[in-house]
Design a protein around this ligand. Structure first.
Ligand code: BTN
Length: 257
């Protein structure tokens, strides 16, 4: 995908209007981090057809077939305090879920903090990384990987991963998918910029069925069991466990069915 093709589908006013498109990069998040110090504007997008060292949450790698999917990073410069950074994970998950719903007519779900699934299988992963200037937030890089046209996944992922192609039985134009996701990301960003975090949380709840469920959270090998009760206004997940409420900021959640 080149810059002209991407721009021809955009309906946004700022998101994606500055775009750096590459055929190969190590990681779009790493490239975006380097660009932040060059002073690129809010809404800048870095995209690659192939990543050689795509990064996932919790130190994992992100594997994505070259030229089949979307791997991109959005640079935002939100007016937000460091204590509310966690809300940005929910923001990105909700915006992507909303875009994927519009594109497919199906019902994606959000899994805390920001995976987007179709029928319990992951279609999108998001890695948010914050760049600080002293103690203030200078920029946040929202790295988004969406499985678009990939039809076959490596054995280790095959029971856990899906794509738009596998969900709908037809291929999608990646630049159309990107344009819809950027539209939703730009729309939901207005809630971030006006401090309407409750609206983000309310929308996240529309896309998630995990509140009220029994879950386990794996935090670096330490496993917590409990009931997911609610979201904190900073985006943390509140779990009731052994009669106590615990706030979780990161980790891998499994819903016990
Ligand atoms: C996860 O689910 O663990 C998050 C995966 C995030 C992957 C995306 S692909 C584009 C961006 N660049 C990266 O290196 N990672 C993110």
């Amino acid at each position: 995908m080149d810059e002209a093709e991407i721009k021809s589908h955009l309906t946004t006013t700022s998101f994606g209007q500055t775009v750096f498109a590459f055929s190969v990069l190590d990681s779009t998040n790493s490239k975006a981090k380097a660009l932040v110090s060059d002073g690129v504007p809010d809404g800048t997008v870095v995209i690659a057809d192939q990543q050689t060292a795509g990064r996932g949450r919790l130190g994992r790698t992100w594997i994505s077939e070259s030229g089949q999917n979307l791997t991109f990073s959005l640079i935002i410069r939100p007016a937000i305090s460091p204590s509310h950074i966690g809300i940005l994970s929910l923001y990105a998950g909700v915006a992507v879920a909303s875009g994927l719903k519009n594109l497919t007519g199906k019902s994606p779900t959000c899994k805390w903090p920001n995976d987007v699934l179709f029928v319990q299988k992951k279609c999108c992963g998001i890695l948010s990384e914050t760049v600080f200037s002293g103690t203030t937030v200078s920029a946040v890089i929202i790295g988004i990987g969406v499985n678009v046209n990939q039809a076959v996944f490596p054995e280790i992922l095959s029971t856990k991963a899906t794509s738009l192609f596998l969900t709908c039985g037809k291929p999608f134009d990646r630049s159309v998918v990107l344009a819809e996701l950027l539209k939703q990301l730009e729309e939901y960003y207005t809630y971030i910029q006006s401090g309407m975090f409750e609206t983000i949380i309310d929308n996240w709840k529309r896309y998630s069925h995990m509140l009220g469920s029994s879950i386990t959270v794996d935090q670096d090998g330490e496993v917590l069991h409990g009931t997911a009760t609610r979201l904190a206004d900073d985006g943390g997940l509140i779990i009731s466990s052994e009669g106590k409420e615990v706030k979780v900021r990161a980790g891998d959640v499994t819903v016990i069915l």
